[in-house]
Design a protein around this ligand. Structure first.
Ligand code: HEM
Length: 166
């Protein structure tokens, strides 16, 4: 009588179906995650696939709430990968794109930016806030710029963006 226990069978089915669900970001870079080269390969892939990305933004008094998604599961995974990587950069002050004044201002104020996220079925929901009223406006301006990246891809990312005046 060596029948597998009912709960073991259910457990095995759940484990197998979890493994079959594509959740990891596709490999779009040969560089090490966490490097500028890796992050660039990810955001260039997002820019190149901007037509498959949609985004809703909602301004709140202290910043923004956004939902950014794609029906393509690999692009959805890359959007999540990008947001997690950018949160780490904000927390560590690890600057990028410093030829663009908007990004200079974002990293100058990184210690006043608080970012939280949760995955949605097709992407990610982000809440980004600051107690500092100027930084709240800066977060809102950055979010508008991300929406322009989604709308126009590399045509928009080739441009420099002015941060709000103080
Ligand atoms: C289609 C292209 C892109 C998409 C879909 C995208 C998506 C996002 C999302 C969802 C966030 C969280 C904040 C928010 O929702 O407003 C974010 C933050 C960020 N992104 Fe991107 N992004 C794109 C392109 C880029 C590019 C080209 C760069 C830099 C070269 C970049 C750098 C950052 C940084 C530094 C943050 C954190 C700073 C902040 O949110 O204030 N992103 N991005």
């Amino acid at each position: 009588m060596n029948q597998p226990h009912f709960l073991c069978v259910i457990g095995a089915i759940l484990t197998l179906s979890a493994c079959a669900t594509p959740s990891a970001a596709p490999r779009v870079s040969t560089a090490e995650p966490g490097t500028i080269a890796y992050d660039r390969d990810v955001f260039q892939t997002l820019l190149g696939n901007h037509e498959s990305i949609r985004r809703e933004t909602h301004e709140i008094a202290t910043g923004i709430e956004t939902v950014t998604e794609s029906d393509d599961p690999e692009i959805a995974a890359l959007i999540r990968d990008h947001v997690v990587a950018m949160k780490v950069r904000i927390e560590n002050g690890a600057r990028l794109r410093q030829w663009d004044p908007m990004f200079v201002a974002v990293f100058d104020n990184a210690d006043k930016i608080h970012m939280e996220y949760e995955n949605t079925p097709k992407g990610i929901k982000v809440r980004e806030v600051s107690d500092d009223p100027y930084v709240a406006r800066l977060i809102q301006a950055h979010a508008k710029m991300v929406s322009a990246f989604v709308a126009r891809g590399t045509e928009e990312s080739a441009l420099a963006h002015e941060p709000p005046a103080r």
